[in-house]
Design a protein around this ligand. Structure first.
Ligand code: NOJ
Length: 534
């Protein structure tokens, strides 16, 4: 049964550092987001997920939190945060906080105390061992770092400045729940839970993802915190399969609202290798994976629908075409995804077709993950050219260059010096997008509006329609008396598809070419038709 507000919602992700600067220090901030709320309302989204805005040494751009209950000065004040929640609420938009509870910053007071002495009450908030084992950090290198004061190693599954919290410790869990309740009491609309599938880890058995106590912790968290509020909770779950997703998000499980899983997004990576090790995307494989999730979660769990986030390259540069077909391929990707079941996420700039930002040297790179990969692979014998090619294809900075608002010097993001260069473009900007009734922005606006109008998009059964050509992807959604068919050409070559039963009563809901629908599909052509039986 579809009864929850977030099952009908569309969520927009903001990377605050790069969204809108209001005080000209080159870093986006909360007043900047408030200034742009009317734009987001025009797009039609229901909630904003903010990447972390808490105080942080920014080793991993805010995903290393040093104070869970504060706001980083560069983003503003707690009053700004409260004003944002209130101003968004007036526009019927909810604010979702990014919650990083797998680890803290090494500058968090808990860790500073923890590493002073094994006797400290905070020592056991983290994971310590006399000897390291072979666990590797997600950013490369050993996951253990030695602290001479206590003569032990602590675990960090990311950078060494991001020590992992010890979820086995009930006092630690209590402190986290108190912090979550502090935010819930402020009226936020929910949490996005960073790498949540890691909290049940058992390092001695080399188990990191999907540890045995993971779901117990989430049920306890639900009971102690957000279970008492009508909010959304979305778990970043790299290790989820559809079966595991049912554990997180099944209605009677009382854990999370939905998963944010990456199986489709990992299809251009060689099996068993890291994200940098590319292979060409096969659209049929993509269709098969997305369809599997559609069918296997129907009625049993809830999924997120996304192409982008702050960790992923821009989708048009990745699986679309950022050369001749930027807008058309962007529209095709949006149409293909937004008629599926789940909660769509739009990452800032996606709605205006922002693309990757290639660099010519490692000195131009900000992101810690790219730097760590570059350093370790250079030692392993890769050439600089190979490594830069990987960074340009997959590096996280691609998504983090400032939002393009207009055609002024720094694209309306700041009047100061931006923390990461602005990818100035004469073509891509919010200003241009709003002025052109045929722009990608209006495709997204229409897709959001259709989701609000047509229950078949929210709850219709999903079925794949087979095609002759591997780049032509087709599916249908079904409700009694209604059939919604989505047809996309995932290529810059022409394709072919003719509807089997072209009922007369079909209404074209959206089409990215201004021409009649024919059997031959133009490059990246995409449309959706709704058939209703009288
Ligand atoms: C996932 C976040 O999305 C990413 O940006 C971050 O680096 C890691 N988790 C560690 O917190």
């Amino acid at each position: 049964m579809i009864t929850k507000w977030w099952q009908k919602a569309v969520i927009y992700q903001i990377y605050p550092r790069s969204f809108q600067d209001s005080n000209q220090d080159g870093i986006g901030d909360l007043p900047g987001i408030i200034f742009r709320l009317d734009y987001l309302k025009k797009l039609g989204v229901d909630a904003l997920w903010l990447s972390p805005v808490y105080p942080s040494p920014n080793r991993d751009n805010g995903y290393d939190i040093s104070d869970y209950q504060g706001i980083a000065a560069e983003y503003g004040t707690m009053e700004d945060m409260e004003r944002l929640i209130e101003e968004a609420r007036k526009r019927e938009i909810k604010i979702i906080m990014d919650l990083v509870v797998n680890h803290t910053s090494d500058q968090h007071p808990w860790f500073k105390e923890a590493k002073k002495s094994s006797e400290s009450p905070y020592h056991d908030f983290y994971i310590w061992r006399e000897e390291p084992n072979e666990l590797i950090s997600n950013f490369g290198g050993s996951a253990w770092t030695f602290v001479p004061e206590v003569g032990k190693y602590y675990l960090h599954l990311h950078a060494k400045e991001q020590p992992d919290l010890n979820w086995e410790n009930p006092q630690m869990r209590k402190a986290i729940y108190a912090m979550m309740n502090y935010w819930l009491a402020k009226g936020i609309g929910g949490f996005r839970l960073d790498v949540i599938d890691l909290i049940g880890k058992e390092p001695d058995r080399l188990i990191t993802k999907n540890g045995p106590k993971l779901h117990d912790y989430l049920q306890e968290m639900h009971r102690e915190t957000f279970g008492n509020y009508n909010v959304v909770t979305v778990g970043e779950t790299w290790g989820a399969t559809p079966e595991i997703a049912q554990l997180y998000s099944g209605e009677c499980r009382e854990e999370l609202s939905m998963v944010f899983q990456f199986e489709h997004i990992s299809l251009d990576k060689q099996t068993g290798k890291r994200k940098w090790d590319l292979k060409e995307l096969n659209p049929q494989e993509l269709h098969q994976v997305l369809s599997k999730w559609q069918v296997e979660l129907q009625g049993k769990g809830w999924n997120s629908l996304f192409w982008n986030n702050h960790d992923l390259p821009r989708i048009i540069s990745r699986w679309g075409n950022d050369d001749h077909y930027r807008e058309l391929s962007g529209k095709m990707l949006a149409i293909y995804l937004h008629f599926m079941q789940g909660t769509p996420y739009i990452y800032q700039g996606e709605e205006i077709g922002m693309i990757n930002y290639p660099v010519a040297s490692i000195e131009e790179v900000d992101d810690i993950e790219s730097h760590q990969m570059y350093a370790s692979r250079l030692k392993a014998g890769y050439t600089k050219e190979e490594l830069l090619a990987s960074i340009n294809a997959k590096g996280r900075d691609n998504a983090r260059h400032p939002m393009l608002w207009d055609d002024s010097k720094q694209a309306g993001f700041t009047k100061g010096t931006p923390w990461l260069p602005v990818a100035i473009s004469s073509e891509i900007s919010v200003k241009n997008a709003l002025a052109d009734p045929n722009s990608l922005f209006y495709t997204y606006q229409r897709l959001i509006q259709l989701r609000k109008e047509l229950p078949i998009i929210i709850e219709g059964n999903y079925r794949v329609i087979p095609t002759e050509e591997s780049h032509v992807l087709v599916y249908e959604r079904l409700l009694p008396g209604q059939r919604l068919v989505v047809v996309v050409n995932f290529s810059n070559q022409v394709g072919h598809f003719s509807l089997e039963h072209p009922e007369k009563s079909g209404v074209v809901l959206i089409h990215n070419y201004q021409q009649e629908i024919k059997e031959q599909l133009a490059p990246y052509e995409a449309y959706a038709i709704l058939y209703t039986k009288n």
